[in-house]
Design a binder for this molecule. Structure first.
Ligand SMILES: Cc1cc2nc3c(=O)[nH]c(=O)nc-3n(C[C@H](O)[C@H](O)[C@H](O)COP(=O)(O)OP(=O)(O)OC[C@H]3O[C@@H](n4cnc5c(N)ncnc54)[C@H](O)[C@@H]3O)c2cc1C
Length: 463
């Protein structure tokens, strides 16, 4: 980026309603931080927007000065695209309003809101947005633009399946509404194509009624029995009704109060679940988990939705070093399970999680080309959350996760775009089918022909 003259920055400051932060300014250091501590990038300018006009002005300013743009929603993505070196960081973190229309069961959410903002406001009416993740400090922006799944998405669909419309600021600095009726090609693209087509200043979602508490909990199984447990789990979860989501996480046990002290810090298999329905029926459905192999302990009950949705936040706070590798898994075959057991057994850090959510249900009944989220039929995701603290551990952690991921490639088909690290164009293409990719390129050609928005899992225009 060429040096932007002070006079031009001053002119920008005059029309910008939020804060324009430059290196050395008081809030500059905190504003440039993102969730993944691996990234220490320093934008030339941070534009902290407080309204849609600020976003338009920031896009125009960056484009007219040939500056790289990074858009920060929740700043949570492990690939680090919310921040750039030099360039302009369009920071949406002050844009967090959530307005619920309880009568029509819809909610309008600002582009920088966090999932916890949405849960807190919708729960005032016993409502929730499906697909809204599992960690409350994740951004709605990045999550939704990539697809968005959560505890109730097997029943009610991905976040994009519940998206009614979005306001998008394009590369030309125009404010467009994207919905089934207005700019439908853009609406198709933003439902899975990430931040490639513009900056979304607000999303409007359908809500679902879930009440204020759900029957949910954790059953902690012994790592020694992991193979037997996974052989059971792979078939058991696929036979459950959509109202029940049962996932699994292999990690070192946190100091949970319901676990014996000697288990704290030991490798375990955590089986969390959420049931949307009657407590007795939920208890009946989870009984086989309890019976199949021995457990270290469990904590189960009616949990307030907001508490459940933020209950795991402490395990993944901002600031640690993170590198994620992921793919969708066609089948948890014995060979695949063997790879998980082998690599989980030699985790190089106590904070690593091998996270295997079960995805089938309502999302897989949507046609694969209806939205840009292409891989809807694969039953499982294998997400390797590699997380550690010290730079000196980088090499051993990165080497472990790369080898682990490679060893499971034979069982994989596609990847969720939101779980990609910075892995190059071929991997971005893996998030889509050929047909979806070609259509995404057409949408990119139309709305961002010069690739102004490239700090993302980038879809290059072909013009
Ligand atoms: C601990 C953890 C748990 C997670 N759990 C889940 C989960 O349960 N379900 C799930 O589906 N995903 C989950 N994710 C993945 C999550 O969906 C992505 O990391 C997502 O990109 C985060 O969105 P963000 O706005 O916080 O990210 P950011 O880092 O701010 O942005 C990510 C990308 O989206 C773009 N972007 C963000 N907001 C906008 C906007 N308003 N307009 C245009 N572009 C924008 C950014 O420019 C960037 O390219 C999780 C991630 C983490 C780290």
């Amino acid at each position: 980026m060429k040096q932007i003259q002070d006079t031009i920055i001053n002119e920008f400051k005059e029309i910008f309603r939020g804060e324009v932060l430059l290196p050395g300014d008081k809030s500059y250091e905190s504003a440039r931080q993102i969730w993944n501590g691996m990234f220490d990038r320093k934008p030339a300018i941070i534009a902290r927007c407080i309204g849609t006009s600020d976003v338009i002005n920031a896009v125009n300013f960056a484009r007219d000065n040939n500056a790289l743009i990074a858009v920060k929603g929740g700043g949570h993505n492990s690939a680090g695209n919310a921040v750039c070196d030099d360039g302009v960081m369009i920071d949406l973190s002050l844009l967090r309003r959530v307005n619920v229309d309880a009568k029509n069961k819809t909610v309008r959410v600002d582009g920088g809101a966090l999932l916890g903002d949405v849960d807190t406001e919708t729960q005032l009416y016993g409502l929730a947005v499906s697909g809204g993740g599992i960690i409350s400090h994740t951004g709605v922006g990045g999550l939704t633009l990539g697809g968005g799944f959560g505890w109730i998405s097997r029943k009610y669909g991905l976040a994009i399946d519940n998206l009614i419309s979005a306001d998008v600021i394009t590369a030309e600095g125009k404010l467009l509404t994207a919905s089934a009726d207005e700019n439908p090609d853009l609406f198709w693209g933003i439902r899975g194509g990430g931040g490639n087509f513009g900056v979304v200043t607000s999303f409007t979602f359908k809500c679902v009624e879930i009440g204020s508490a759900v029957y949910s909990g954790l059953i902690v199984k012994k790592f020694d029995d992991i193979k037997a447990y996974m052989q059971f789990h792979r078939d058991y979860v696929r036979g459950l009704p959509d109202e029940m989501s049962v996932w699994m996480v292999v990690r070192h046990a946190p100091p949970l109060p319901f676990l014996p002290k000697e288990v704290h810090g030991k490798l375990v298999v955590i089986v969390p679940f959420v049931w949307l329905g009657d407590e007795a029926e939920g208890a009946r459905l989870i009984k086989p988990i309890r019976e199949v192999t021995a457990s270290h302990g469990e904590a189960i009950g009616m949990n307030p939705w907001v508490a459940w949705q933020s209950g795991f936040d402490g395990l993944v706070e901002h600031g640690a070093r993170n590198y994620w590798k992921s793919h969708h898994i066609k089948e948890l075959s014995d060979d695949c399970i063997d790879r998980v057991v082998e690599f989980a057994g030699k985790m190089p850090s106590d904070e690593i999680e091998v996270f295997i959510p079960h995805m089938e249900g309502t999302p897989s009944r949507v046609q694969e080309n209806d939205t840009a989220f292409a891989h809807r039929k694969t039953p499982f995701v294998l997400n390797i959350h590699t997380r550690w603290r010290n730079v000196s551990d980088d090499e051993k952690c990165l080497s472990w996760v790369r080898k682990f991921h490679k060893s499971t490639e034979a069982f994989a088909q596609g990847v969720y775009v939101n779980f990609l690290s910075d892995e190059g164009e071929t991997r971005v293409k893996d998030a889509y089918t050929k047909e979806v990719w070609e259509r995404l390129v057409q949408v990119k050609n139309k709305y961002d022909p010069n690739n102004l928005f490239k700090m993302n899992q980038n879809i290059k225009p072909s013009l």
